[in-house]
Design a binder for this molecule. Structure first.
Ligand code: DGT
Ligand code: CA
Ligand code: CA
Ligand code: ZN
Length: 600
């Protein structure tokens, strides 16, 4: 087929990232199929090139100019023209036929790339994860050349993790599904109230199933359930009853919908929000007041201690229930039986001064094209301005993180010039916006930072982050952290355990001790707001509060949409009891500048 024929038929709208994605996928499949690596490398390179193009790929295809691009050879150009015509690169379509489906699942095992997968598959003749587990356990994997005992153990551990958590998903994934469901249901006939409940309402970092609660009259319920189980995104109906239906969505997530009578809504919402531990505490408080609390309401007890269902205590909101039981309103994030009863017996929600999204004045921890970010410093700054932020702390990777484009000393100096120039310009244009010169410095093995003293002095602030040698023994790791936190330049500790939710366990280190050290040296430990991390874990919130540890809500943005991850960080901060005054990026730029300098 000639190129002009392709052109005439080109009627599928592509985007640069769609093309890049398919090229990357082709590279992965080539490796899974055991193809010569130079072929895969060519696809990888082409993917990166297309991703980085400023021009629209559709224009280039129309003008037949693909081979003019450096890094795109004739054969890959043909693949892209065919993709424009057919929707998928034909070679990829073929490869998908050829590669056993089981092997594709192996890609989710951390530490196992497509090349290794092919090798194990070929040598041991297995395709399923269960078989891989067996071969790791009986030593066959360890015996393969280039594998060894350690690799086999790592694979096993990762399989364990996958199995343990395959029933759960990340907060952002659950939120997207819940929003979609909520919007599809909220305006249906008969729906009087609707809310998301369960772990999602409590803003847990991972979610099992999604719980939705609706208040409606009995006769309205069947039609609402019908609509629910017939939604486009529903793949499977797991159960359908008079008060509850469950479905599995196309993403593989379970959603439970419960419909209760309007007068039960407050009690039901509280009950199905949980946590179970919080509910136990609430029921006990009710009993102490000769009341019964359950999912149907709050009721008085008769003399012999039996629930008198004819004597409900009128409660129309959750707030009413808390009030009846002698408590201020406990926000869902705090319903974990971690001190909320003691606190809200004496205080109101206002007095907790919990962090809110609107308190965040600026963005700290963001990457630019100087390292592995996708946008320039100016583009990131403009995106921050659009969102109403007053500053941006750019923190590209440091030189040891070569794999992520870490900055050499020369580059650091050039970046500073660019930032100073931009700040000057903003001032001239009368913009109340400022860029801080930061760096995400690798925390080296001994805990030292990545640049000599005279360079470190030039930054406005330094984030010290763990990126390599994660599985150091805990004592050694604590020494590493101690040194990093004691360093006068370290102002923020980045993602302290380096965990990746549902994928990789974090490093083992005494977090309680780390919190004490950070508080002692007036250094913040970030809440990395990426939904993959949400690290430091909210469970350390009470310890952090006790020590007066400061935090920063850090989106770790590598692109513009990443900036909006701040909302997950704020949710986790609330869950960890962080008040506004313990979050450094609620300060104004001037206040923050002073804080950055206070350790020295
Ligand atoms: P998840 O789904 O594992 O992320 O966590 P949750 O907290 O959403 O748990 P789920 O969906 O099993 O139940 C929703 C809420 O229902 C839970 O937070 C508390 C409430 N609940 C209280 N007692 C029970 C019980 O005995 N069984 C169940 N299934 N739920 C209960
Ligand atoms: Ca749930
Ligand atoms: Ca549930
Ligand atoms: Zn990092």
């Amino acid at each position: 087929m000639s190129k002009s024929e392709t052109k005439e038929k080109a009627n599928i709208t592509l985007t640069n990232s769609l093309v890049a994605e398919q090229l990357e996928e082709t590279a992965t499949y080539l490796r899974l199929a055991g193809a010569n690596d130079f072929k895969a490398i060519a696809f990888d390179r082409a993917a990166r090139t297309i991703e980085g193009l400023d021009e629209d790929i559709n224009d280039i295809i129309r003008d037949e100019k693909l081979t003019d691009i450096k890094g795109i050879g004739k054969s890959i150009a043909q693949d892209i023209y065919k993709m424009a015509e057919l929707g998928e690169i034909p070679a990829l379509t073929d490869l998908k036929q050829q590669v056993p489906e089981g092997l594709v699942n192996w890609l989710n095992i951390s530490g196992l790339g497509p090349k290794k997968i092919y090798k194990i598959h070929k040598e041991l003749g297995i395709t399923e994860i269960g078989e891989l587990r067996e071969k790791c356990e009986d030593g066959s994997v360890a015996a393969l050349s280039g594998m060894g005992k350690k690799s086999a153990e790592k694979i096993l551990k990762s399989i364990d993790w996958m199995e343990q958590f395959s029933e759960r998903c990340r907060l952002d994934e659950a939120m997207a599904i819940a929003d979609r469901m909520y919007n599809a249901l909220k305006d249906l006939d008969g729906v009087q109230q609707i809310d998301v409940a369960g772990s999602l309402r409590r803003r847990a970092e991972t979610i099992g199933d999604i719980d939705i609660l609706i208040a409606a009259d009995k006769q309205a319920a069947p039609k609402i359930f019908d609509t629910f189980t017939n939604l486009d995104s529903v793949m499977e109906v797991l159960g359908k009853g008079d008060t509850k239906s469950s479905v599995r969505t196309s993403e593989g997530r379970q959603v439970d919908l419960r419909i209760v009578e309007p007068q039960q809504f407050a009690a039901a919402l509280m009950y199905f929000t949980g946590s179970k531990e919080h509910n136990v505490g609430m029921r006990q408080r009710a009993r102490d007041k000769k009341l019964t609390l359950n999912e149907y309401g709050l009721f008085q007890m008769d003399e012999s201690g039996n629930t008198d269902f004819d004597k409900p205590v009128k409660t129309t909101t959750e707030e009413d229930i808390y009030k009846e039981l002698g408590l201020g309103f406990v926000p869902p994030e705090l319903r974990e039986d971690r001190g909320e009863f003691a606190f809200f017996e004496k205080h109101s929600l206002d007095e907790a001064k919990l962090l809110e999204e609107k308190d965040i004045k600026g963005i700290l921890h963001a990457h630019s094209t100087w390292s592995d970010g996708k946008k320039s410093i100016l583009e990131m700054a403009e995106a921050c301005m659009e969102r109403g932020y007053e500053y941006l702390g750019i923190t590209d990777h440091s030189k040891t993180a070569a794999y992520a484009g870490g900055l050499t000393i020369e580059q650091v100096k050039q970046q500073w010039e660019e930032i100073e120039e931009l700040n000057k310009r903003f001032k001239e244009e009368g913009k109340n916006f400022r860029i801080f010169k930061g760096i995400e410095s690798d925390m080296l093995q001994d805990g030292s930072l990545d640049y000599p003293e005279e360079i470190l002095e030039g930054f406005d602030f330094v984030i010290a982050s763990l990126h390599a040698s994660l599985d150091m023994p805990p004592e050694q790791m604590l020494e590493r952290y101690t040194r990093a936190i004691e360093n006068p330049h370290t102002r923020i500790v980045g993602h302290p355990t380096a965990r990746l939710l549902l994928k990789r366990d974090g490093s083992k280190v005494d977090i309680n001790r780390m919190i004490e050290l950070a508080a002692e040296h007036n250094t913040a430990i970030e809440i990395n707001a990426s939904p993959w991390r949400l690290d430091i874990d909210w469970r350390y919130g009470q310890k952090a509060k006790k020590e007066g540890m400061m935090t920063a809500i850090c989106p770790d943005a590598h692109d513009i949409p990443g900036i909006d991850d701040v909302k997950y960080g704020v949710a986790i901060a609330r869950k960890g009891w962080f008040s506004k005054d313990r979050v450094i990026n609620t300060m104004s730029a001037d206040e923050l500048e002073k804080w950055f300098n206070k350790k020295l």
